[in-house]
Design a protein around this ligand. Structure first.
Ligand code: CP
Length: 308
C-alpha cells in the first residue's frame, strides 16, 4: 500500500490496518529526519495548512505546528478565543473564510463530537481531526500505538489496559479502535460510573479491579479525569479515586513483571499517576510526545499527497 485509503483523518474508525502500517513506516522515516542536525525536509513547500483550535491544547497544537514546519508547509494558526467566532460567526463561515486565503488542509480541535466529519462534508479541504469532544483523537492513538511498537517491538498480541475516565475520553475510543485493528488485546479499567454502558460491544473486556488489570497487561495507558466534561461527580472524592485507580510505585513493585506506563497528557500528578511512576524508566510518556511529531508529519505528508 503506497497511499492512504482516506482523504481526511477524521477518526481511527475510518482507517484500515494497512493505513496504520503505512503511517508507521512513513513516521519511521520522519523520526530519522527530525533527529538529524537539519530537521527539515522540503516535501510540502507548496502546501498551506490552517490549525484551528476551538479548545485548549499544549501537545497536539505544538506538535502539529512543528510537524508542518518540519515538512516546509506554510502554517497559519487560529484560536477561537481570539477570533470572530466570539462575534457569532459559524464554523463553516469561519473555515470558508480561512480557505479563501488558499489553504489546502485544516487541522481542527473542537469540543463537539463529529465537528470534523461535519466540516469535511461542507468545505473543500483535507480535514485532520485533532480531537473532537469525547469522540476521537486519531493522531493521539496513532502515536500511542507507534510508541508501544517502539518499546515492545510490536502491537499485535500485546495486552493493553486503558485506565480511568473512559466515558469522556476521545483518547480511549481512538485507542480501542487502533489497538483492535492491530491485533492487541484490550481491557478498560475504572469505576463503573466512568465506563460507557455498552463498552464491551467495542471489542474490549471490562476489569474494575486495577491490581488484576495491571497483573494481566503489558501496557497500562493511564487517563486523566476530564472534569471539564462532567456536570456532576462520578465518584465520591478524588482521594478515593486515587486509592482505587491511581498507579504508584508500590503498586508497580507488587507486580511480578515490568509493565510499560503511558499517559496522553496532561498529567494530574498524584491523582491517576504519582511522580515517581510518571518519571520512571517504565514510563514512555515523553517518548509519546516525541513520536507525536513524526506521526503527525507522516499523516500530513500522506494526506497532502492525495491533494496534489
Ligand atoms: N494529549 C493531548 O491531546 O494533549 P493536549 O490537550 O495538550 O493537546
Amino acid at each position: 500500500m503506497s497511499e492512504l485509503s482516506v482523504k481526511h483523518l477524521l477518526g481511527i474508525k475510518y482507517l484500515k490496518e494497512e493505513d496504520i502500517q503505512l503511517i508507521f513506516e512513513t513516521a519511521d522515516h520522519f523520526k530519522e529526519v527530525i533527529n538529524r542536525s537539519i530537521k527539515k525536509v522540503p516535501s510540502l513547500r507548496d502546501i498551506t495548512i490552517a490549525n484551528i483550535f476551538f479548545e485548549d491544547s499544549t501537545r497536539t497544537k505544538l506538535s502539529f505546528e512543528l510537524a508542518e514546519k518540519r515538512l516546509s508547509a506554510d502554517v497559519i494558526n487560529f484560536s477561537a478565543g481570539q477570533s470572530s467566532v466570539k462575534k457569532g460567526e459559524t464554523l463553516i463561515d469561519t473555515v470558508n473564510n480561512i480557505l479563501s486565503m488558499k489553504v489546502d488542509m485544516v487541522v481542527m480541535r473542537h469540543p463537539n463530537p463529529g465537528a470534523g466529519i461535519f466540516l469535511s462534508k461542507n468545505v473543500e479541504a483535507s480535514i485532520v481531526n485533532a480531537g473532537d469532544g469525547a469522540h476521537e483523537h486519531p493522531t493521539q492513538a496513532l502515536l500511542d500505538s507507534y510508541s508501544i511498537r517502539e518499546r515492545l517491538g510490536d502491537v499485535a498480541g500485546k495486552n493493553v489496559v486503558i485506565v480511568g475516565d473512559i466515558l469522556h475520553s476521545r483518547v480511549a475510543l481512538s485507542n480501542i479502535f487502533a489497538l483492535n485493528l492491530q491485533g492487541a488485546k484490550v481491557k478498560v479499567c475504572g469505576p463503573r460510573t466512568l465506563l460507557p454502558k455498552y463498552v464491551e460491544t467495542l471489542g474490549v473486556e471490562v476489569e474494575t479491579d486495577l491490581k488484576k488489570a495491571l497483573k494481566w497487561c503489558d501496557v497500562a495507558n493511564m487517563l486523566r479525569i476530564q472534569k471539564e466534561r462532567m456536570d456532576l461527580s462520578y465518584f465520591p472524592s478524588t482521594r478515593e479515586y486515587t486509592q482505587q485507580y491511581g498507579v504508584n510505585k508500590a503498586v508497580l513493585e507488587s507486580l511480578d513483571k515490568e509493565i510499560v506506563i503511558m499517559h496522553p497528557g496532561p498529567i494530574n500528578r498524584g491523582v491517576e499517576i504519582t511522580t515517581d511512576v510518571a518519571d520512571s524508566g517504565q514510563s514512555i510518556i515523553l517518548d509519546q510526545v516525541e513520536n507525536g511529531v513524526a506521526i503527525r508529519m507522516a499523516v500530513i505528508y500522506l494526506l497532502a499527497s492525495k491533494i496534489k
